[in-house]
Design a protein around this ligand. Structure first.
Ligand code: AMP
Length: 326
């Protein structure tokens, strides 16, 4: 069944001269790595084909080391093209609407499939990253496909970032075997991790301020309200301000942590958890995502407090009916 879908995808790729790859808004390491990685594989394997990435969102600063996309995809170019959308649960989150102009659409994703789309859909929510799926695809047809060191570097970056450095529970032996295939290409991991970890002095000062502001609910939900005032004080972009969610990820007994980032239009919510699942809560607030990493939107600080209190009740219930959590 799975092998059938992979074969169908390969056949579609062979049928088309032009292929346009799409990713989600607010791009992250996984969607950027998966699109750049697949582009590299397809270009090396089918040099006669035209392979592009279409993305109309602002590129993430922290991924600049993977290089710009440099593709200018016009409407006309899409008309006879195959679209492959990576790492994107629903069409509303695709960062370029040009996918609608393409002749056929393939979905490759590892999010819960709440909004299916595409002529061919390969969705495996149990997979740790979309990059791992791209490596699986390559490995399934390695007699016909070529992997390059640059594609491997992009895919490895996506795997590393989307698995919390191979820490999350979705990481399996298959994940590590896929990572092994990439490392065999010779990746400079020292430079890669330096790019991911190093930060400006000012950013660390911001972190210190976040630790001061962090709050915790009765049953252990850690949360941060990152309003305009603190963003301006530290001269932060929304992207930098949004990174604050990770500050709360290691509090004993706090199985769920929430960051609320005020933007011009609304308040972005980033939900994270361990042991308990929070995607159903995100779905109540115009969002969704993974069991333990989701996104949502609220429109006032009152609504933000309401979300915290719902999370608090969920955690209470979870703690009362489960053992072994930390
Ligand atoms: P974020 O905190 O925005 O990085 O989101 C965490 C995960 O949830 C990512 O994998 C996102 O793709 C996913 N996600 C975020 N917002 C939404 C949404 N509105 N609908 C579905 N999935 C989302």
């Amino acid at each position: 069944m799975r092998q059938d879908i992979l074969l169908q995808i390969l056949e579609k790729i062979k049928q088309y001269h032009r292929i346009v790859l799409f990713r989600h808004i607010r791009n992250d390491g996984d969607c950027v790595g998966a699109t750049k990685g697949l582009k590299g594989i397809l270009q090396a394997s089918f040099p006669e084909k035209e392979i592009y990435i279409a993305d109309e969102d602002t590129p993430s600063e922290y991924l600049r080391f993977l290089g710009p996309d440099e593709d200018h995809v016009t409407d006309q170019m899409c008309e006879d093209a195959l679209a492959i959308v990576l790492d994107t649960a629903g069409t509303d989150r695709i960062s370029s609407k040009k996918f609608q102009l393409c002749k056929e659409i393939i979905k490759i994703d590892h999010h819960i499939d709440i909004a299916p789309y595409g002529t061919i859909s390969w969705v495996e929510p149990e997979k740790a990253s979309a990059c791992e799926m791209v490596v699986d695809f390559y490995a399934a047809f390695k007699d016909q496909l070529k992997l390059t060191p640059e594609a491997a570097r992009c895919l490895y970056t996506g795997m590393v970032t989307d698995t919390g450095r191979f820490r999350y529970s979705e990481v399996t032996g298959d994940t590590m075997r896929a990572a092994g295939i990439l490392l065999d290409q010779g990746i400079d991991t020292q430079t890669l991790f330096a790019n991911l970890y190093l930060d400006e002095f000012e950013a660390l000062k911001f972190k210190a301020a976040l630790y001061e502001r962090m709050q915790i609910s009765e049953n252990g939900v850690a949360y941060l309200f990152v309003d305009r005032e603190i963003q301006e004080k530290f001269h932060l972009t929304i992207e930098k301000a949004s990174n604050c969610v990770s500050v709360m990820d290691s509090i004993r007994g706090s199985l769920c942590w929430l960051a609320f980032i005020e933007t011009d239009e609304n308040i972005r919510v980033r939900l994270r958890s361990r042991f308990m699942h929070i995607n159903s809560l995100a779905e109540q607030y115009h969002g969704g995502g993974h069991a333990c990493a989701s996104g949502a939107t609220v429109y006032s600080w009152d609504e933000a407090r309401e979300l915290v209190s719902k999370a608090d009740q969920m955690m209470k219930q979870y703690k009362e009916s489960n053992e072994g959590w930390l």
